[in-house]
Design a protein around this ligand. Structure first.
Ligand SMILES: NC(=O)c1ccc[n+]([C@@H]2O[C@H](COP(=O)([O-])OP(=O)(O)OC[C@H]3O[C@@H](n4cnc5c(N)ncnc54)[C@H](OP(=O)(O)O)[C@@H]3O)[C@@H](O)[C@H]2O)c1
Length: 305
């Protein structure tokens, strides 16, 4: 099978397309023919080993000291079950699925094996494979952090999403709205139309206005891009308000339950997949370069089909 290989930590052009053996599923695994897989901020961070200080050492232990131990990056897949292991009960050949492999990665390839006990479920019926691939990374992170802010237990919550146009930000705006929040989105002028289309109630353009000067207070401030701090905006928090940041040491959980939740929202037309660009797998270097810019709107997706 063809795969995007990352033979060393470095810039996007370390990536190369190679023929590698097609995996075969173990007892509890399904073999997924990958149709689409996003390149997200997590993938480019791993490719470049872009972490600071002590965490750089931790990451080397976790991912490989001098180069990625798993040379096939890619944390999320959408595709079709092609083969099932002998003990698999949840899936059958032909099922259209989506999910995430976490630090095992391996999704930037034509095939990936995934345990049926891990983060995998059927994809939304009305989503293309590219759309399905655009849901898990931002969606799961947004659900995790908004729930950490106890959004469901607050009556008419007021939520500020800082960095509303990234993969996490676009998901957070929509999911907060779903939980009945009044959402204030902070983004650049370039992201205004997108943020409007996601249903944000108020929009602050950070290149025209200082969001920390607004006369409002929020139950949750979610920094979805890691570019502000509690110190900068704690005066905007309601008395029991919470500041949450994706750049904290907290790693968002990945759960099948979250994927089921996202599927339902998508099928009910309450959630849209925000896709900036789609590239064929062979253009992985261009895709990584675009994600590296830090300016993508929503998600960048590779297609393998
Ligand atoms: N803790 C966790 O478990 C977890 C999970 C997932 C992601 N993350 C982290 O979350 C961060 C965001 O991930 P992502 O994939 O959503 O990022 P992303 O999609 O790459 O974010 C890019 C977006 O951020 C906007 N942006 C850039 N600079 C900004 C600024 N100063 N203020 C406001 N918006 C700005 C950009 O638009 P403009 O340039 O037009 O503003 C662009 O739309 C990453 O650092 C990632 O590592 C953490």
């Amino acid at each position: 099978m063809k795969a995007v290989i990352c033979p060393a930590y470095g810039p996007p052009d370390v990536l190369t397309i190679r023929e590698v053996p097609k995996p075969s599923p173990k007892k509890h695994q399904v073999l997924v023919k990958v149709m689409a897989s996003p390149v997200n901020s997590g993938d480019v961070r791993i490719r470049a080993l872009r972490v600071e200080g002590f965490m750089r050492i931790v990451m080397r232990f976790a991912l490989g000291f001098t180069r990625p131990r798993q040379p096939i990056l890619g944390l999320v897949f959408a595709g079709v079950v092609e083969e099932v292991g002998e003990a698999v009960t949840r899936f059958k050949v032909g099922d259209e699925v989506y999910g995430s492999t976490g630090f095992k990665q391996g999704c930037h390839a034509e095939y990936v094996c995934v345990s049926e006990k891990k983060v995998i479920t059927t994809k939304p019926a009305n989503a293309s494979f590219a759309e399905a691939a655009a849901l898990p990374f931002g969606g799961q992170t947004a659900i995790y952090f908004l729930r950490k802010g106890n959004i469901e237990s607050i009556q008419h919550p007021k939520v500020l999403v800082y960095g509303a146009t990234g993969a996490v930000g676009t998901a957070a705006v929509q999911i907060a709205r779903h939980f009945g929040a009044t959402v204030t989105a902070v983004c650049s002028s370039r992201g205004k139309e997108l943020t409007q289309s996601l249903g944000a109630d108020h929009i602050i353009l950070y290149d025209q206005e200082d969001f920390t000067q607004v006369s409002d207070s929020f139950d949750i401030i979610l920094d979805a891009v890691g570019k502000t701090s509690k110190r900068q905006c704690k005066h905007l928090l309601a008395p029991k308000g919470k500041f949450l940041s994706v750049e904290s040491t907290d790693i968002a959980a990945e759960r099948t339950e979250y994927l089921v939740f996202l599927r339902k929202l998508y099928e009910d037309h309450q959630y849209q997949a925000t896709i900036d660009k789609v590239y064929p797998m062979e253009k992985a270097v261009e895709a990584h370069t675009h994600v590296d810019s830090g300016r993508k709107k929503g998600n960048v997706v590779l297609t393998m089909g």
